[in-house]
Design a protein around this ligand. Structure first.
Ligand SMILES: O=C(O)[C@H]1O[C@H](OP(=O)(O)OP(=O)(O)OC[C@H]2O[C@@H](n3ccc(=O)[nH]c3=O)[C@H](O)[C@@H]2O)[C@H](O)[C@@H](O)[C@H]1O
Length: 434
């Protein structure tokens, strides 16, 4: 069989075969070299145009492990003015907070609540496309109307973080930027390492050197309980058996928090959120895409454990979570380090923020059916081994005692508010749930 010249190129130098005539070989070598260098140059040129000239259309968006390669525009006097104005504290005893992941579900709600009570707020978000970025843009528009400016950038960008601390001496950081989702971790593991580990470390590095050091409240996850079977889950229970890489990165975050508290005196509070839901929620979560699929007449996969075992979650409504976040900020003690050195021991806390009322996923579907007035096409299937655990159930007595945390929204009431929002958001004619 005739081989094309491309096939002649040795895969390793050791397998290179000499041609019979040295002249013939040189000629071929030159033409091949010209061809070989031409296409890589064209390719690199295209890459340059796509990645650096037109970041918004960059295919890097769909590869979150490489999101840090995206370029963001920040800096300049107009930008600094916006940052200062958004971060201005307008109430007595108010705090100034850097909210990472501000265009995310929890980030948007927390930012709006802080702003409403007169705190200074600056958001930070990389607007990645893990889920429909247009929803993040809508949340951004919502926050802009309340006076919150979201800086576009990545938590892995130290220069940007240092600049923000140079412009605003933040008293607090509410760190909510993360790669979320339990099941997606099998598809794109590096995105979890990038955001939940590298990004966290980068943020803590900047915080430890800031003067004054901020107090940090950040999002851990109920998933750290993993295969723990002791219910309800208490902060004292074991968390060394994560069932997903997502859970493992959140657990790693808790250990990293311990280290930065221990060495640098950073005040750190981790919040273990339990399946947070509500208006402006995340489309990758079951309650959200079940709603879309029920409305579209598509079948929905409902997981069950072995022997028809019930799969249940301690679904927690967003407004309750926001109250817990604000209480964590308000009770956070100051960090104790300066110049990158710890002066004395600092506060280190971890709280469950759940609802203490687990509900079977099939009950969630029944509530949605009633609210949507559409019968779901249920496809009962075995819980896949891709990171999901069978149930979660929070013991919240520690958060109750220390934060005054008391969830008040049951699943029926919360889903009603979600469905109302969903129908109005997606029936505006413009948008379709992706
Ligand atoms: O508390 C957390 O720390 C996590 O909460 C959330 O994870 P989960 O509790 O897994 O939520 P979610 O995917 O909505 O599945 C809900 C239920 O539906 C079941 N489920 C799911 C998908 C499906 O197709 N079928 C199904 O039955 C499924 O088995 C489960 O029982 C966040 O996404 C995560 O980022 C993290 O914050």
């Amino acid at each position: 069989m005739q081989m094309s010249h491309i096939d002649d190129i040795p895969s390793t130098p050791g397998k290179f075969k000499m041609e019979k005539s040295p002249y013939f070989h040189r000629l071929r070598w030159h033409t091949s070299l010209a061809k070989l260098t031409f296409w890589p140059i064209v390719f690199l040129g295209v890459l340059f145009i796509v990645f650096f000239r037109s970041p918004s259309s960059s295919p890097l968006h769909s590869d979150p492990s490489r999101r840090s390669l995206r370029t963001y525009n920040w800096g300049g006097s107009a930008w600094e003015k916006r940052v200062r104005s958004s971060a201005r504290v307008r109430s007595r005893n108010g705090i100034s907070v850097l909210v990472t992941g501000a265009a995310g579900f929890v980030g948007t709600h927390v930012s709006a609540a802080l702003k409403r009570r007169g705190d200074g707020v600056i958001g930070l978000d990389n607007f990645n496309d893990y889920y429909d970025p247009s929803l993040k843009r809508s949340r951004q528009a919502l926050l802009e109307r309340t006076g919150v400016f979201i800086v576009e950038g990545d938590i892995n960008d130290s220069a940007l973080l240092r600049k923000l601390f140079e412009v605003v001496p933040f008293t607090h950081v509410m760190h909510l930027a993360a790669q979320a989702g339990v099941r997606y971790a099998m598809e794109n593991p590096s995105s979890y390492v990038h955001s939940n580990i590298a990004g966290l470390v980068n943020l803590l590095e900047v915080c430890k050197s800031a003067n004054p050091q901020p107090a940090i409240v950040w999002a851990s996850s109920s998933s750290v309980y993993g295969l723990n079977t002791k219910v309800p889950f208490s902060e004292k229970d074991r968390t060394d058996q994560p069932a997903s890489l997502y859970a493992a990165t959140k657990k790693a975050g808790e250990e990293i928090a311990h280290t930065y508290n221990h060495i640098y005196g950073l005040s750190l509070t981790g919040l273990r959120f339990f399946t947070v839901y509500g208006p402006w929620g995340r489309p990758d979560m079951a309650y959200f895409f079940f709603t879309k699929d029920i409305l579209n007449g598509k079948s929905i996969p409902i997981f069950e454990a072995a022997n028809h075992g019930t799969v249940a979650r301690d679904f927690t409504y967003i407004d309750d979570i926001v109250k817990g976040c604000l209480a964590a900020l308000d009770t956070a003690e100051k960090s104790t380090g300066s110049g990158g050195k710890k002066k004395r021991p600092a506060q280190l806390r971890v709280f469950n923020l759940g609802n203490t009322s687990p509900m079977p996923v099939s009950d969630l579907v029944s509530i949605l059916e009633r609210l949507l007035k559409v019968k779901a096409n249920r496809n009962i299937m075995r819980l896949p081994r891709n990171g999901d655990v069978q149930f979660t159930h929070a013991n919240i007595s520690y958060a109750q005692r220390e934060l005054g945390y008391k969830p008040t929204t049951d699943l029926q009431t919360g889903l009603k508010k979600f469905v109302r929002w969903y129908l109005s958001y997606y029936s505006n004619g413009k948008k379709a749930a992706e």
